[in-house]
Ligand binder design. Sequence first.
Ligand code: SF4
Ligand code: SF4
Ligand code: SF4
Length: 317
Amino acid sequence: MSWTISENSFWGPLDPAADAGYDEDRPKRKGFFTDTSICIGCKACEVACKEWNDVPADHFDMTATSYDNSHSLNANQWRHVAFIEQPKRLGDQDPGLRGTAGSVDLGMPAMGPQGSESPEDKPDFRWLMSSDVCKHCTHAACLDVCPTGSLFRTEFGTVVVQDDICNGCGYCVPACPYGVIERRKSPDGAKNVGIAQKCTLCYDRLDAGKVPACAQACPTQSIQYGDVEELRERANKRVETLHEAGVMDARLYGNDPHDGVGGAGAFFLLLDEPEVYGFPPDPVVTTKDLPAMFNRATAAAATLLAGAALAFLGRRG
Ligand code: SF4
Ligand code: SF4
Ligand code: SF4
């Protein structure tokens, strides 16, 4: 499928790299499909990201509300694995999750005595685990508001910060509808303190034809990297499979090019409402109304000037 390039680049479906001016020879848009139904919460993705990108290990402590110890995405956490504990029997209410194509047998004692299939033997709660990341939005407000050009669109359609150009103004921080990007504040002695930081979708690895570090490290293929259009098809099929297996809560988040950000380059399969995972249910690019605002401001300025000119001419007459 190919998108029609919109005249209004702040809204609607389009190919972001083409919109940014890359020519026909550009690579296909790259991104992530994160299938949370097969995440086991091992956090290998978090560790691999830190290792590859030299992101400091900072502020690790228990949240007191779950087994999560890395809290949220932030300047020092470019992948964040959420642990959500729900009062819902996994094996009882979502039997289809076990034994579907792509499912993972955790083999953990918490699933009940070994070999037992009895619902009574299963715990009366389930874990939802989900590895969050920058969405590499089709319409990225962080990039739209950056006054220095530090944030830029790559030939792969991703969004990257250039550390040596960012002046630390912080305009991008409130512009992101997902709360992803942040200026690094700590630890003392770390590189890029004061500079906006977030996932680069491992731009250097993509440039070398490699898979991003987090996807490479994921043992269950919960994080799948590839061409965004192909990933969207794969995600739709996975939801169909889960629905056929009785997991009716399975849904996609961020895959729709007609959503408020023109579709995310990194999208997710969830097993509950987005809010349960801490995602905004209906994100909208915060710069969507900028063209209309500029038009109104221009019209207001023109009206003022015309009024002033008329008053001046009237006085002279
Ligand atoms: S999720 Fe936020 S930081 Fe990432 S590209 Fe979109 S607006 Fe920018
Ligand atoms: S793509 Fe690279 S930078 Fe982004 S979260 Fe994964 S490992 Fe980190
Ligand atoms: S590496 Fe894969 S399975 Fe492990 S926490 Fe990350 S997404 Fe989940």
